[in-house]
Design a protein around this ligand. Structure first.
Ligand code: HEC
Ligand code: HEC
Ligand code: HEC
Length: 139
């Protein structure tokens, strides 16, 4: 029989099954692709040090820190360098010494698993470490 006619007859009598088969087949074919895409896109999960866990809160609330920690650092940097203003009072009343190294990286001393994990994922590479010291980490 003419293959076209054969196809027409098959799809006429059993179209539903064939279409379902095609969709399942396509799904199986694409499954490893989606599966791996999901893995590769896994969002970073910044790890807290025991010291940070004990502190429970950051210098500002978490949502602000996630979106705007660079602005806070910038503000700290300018107020320290220009005005010699070295203290920051958090909402809960805790006073923090304004310092990247002495404050942020004392609590988040796991820089590679905290700062870097997120930055690598987002493709940002802050140049601060040209001058500011990174904490020594046990690998
Ligand atoms: C005394 C400890 C401490 C200090 C100092 C501190 N943090 Fe945090 N930080 C935390 C804790 C605890 C959390 C998690 C807060 C939460 O889950 O509500 C956090 C959360 C964050 C987050 C969000 C992480 C996430 O899971 O998305 C960023 C970014 C961050 N801190 C950056 C900084 C920077 C930059 C500084 C210095 C300006 C700093 N932290 C100073 C304890 C600290
Ligand atoms: C939750 C993820 C996350 C964590 C944790 C995190 N960062 Fe960031 N950081 C970002 C993102 C995203 C940007 C880029 C934002 C942009 O370009 O607008 C950024 C940008 C920065 C910048 C500005 C860089 C530039 O070139 O403009 C600095 C400085 C910085 N982060 C410092 C830190 C420090 C220090 C830590 C650890 C104490 C830290 N970040 C932890 C996500 C994170
Ligand atoms: C060219 C060298 C250099 C680079 C690059 C640099 N800094 Fe600084 N930073 C300094 C110097 C010098 C001071 C003044 C130190 C002081 O007075 O204690 C300072 C002070 C600061 C302070 C306040 C004091 C302290 O102990 O932290 C902050 C916050 C700061 N810088 C953040 C940053 C951030 C964030 C970046 C990257 C986006 C950065 N700096 C990049 C040299 C640098």
């Amino acid at each position: 029989m003419n293959p076209w006619l054969e196809w027409r007859m098959m799809t006429m009598y059993d179209g539903g099954k064939i279409i379902t088969g095609l969709i399942i087949g396509l799904g199986l074919l694409l499954f490893p692709f989606f599966f791996n895409a999901g893995k590769a896109a896994k969002a970073p999960d910044p790890e807290l040090t025991p010291k940070a866990q004990e502190a429970k809160v950051c210098v500002m609330d978490k949502a602000y820190m996630q979106s705007s920690h660079m602005n806070l650092l910038d503000d700290w940097r300018h107020t320290v360098v220009r005005d010699g203003d070295r203290y920051f009072k958090a909402k809960n009343g805790t006073v923090h010494y304004k310092s990247l190294q002495v404050t942020c990286l004392d609590c988040h001393s796991n820089k590679t698993k905290f700062c870097d994990q997120c930055h690598d994922y987002m493709g940002v590479a802050p140049y601060c470490w040209d001058c500011h010291l990174e904490p020594e980490e046990k690998k």
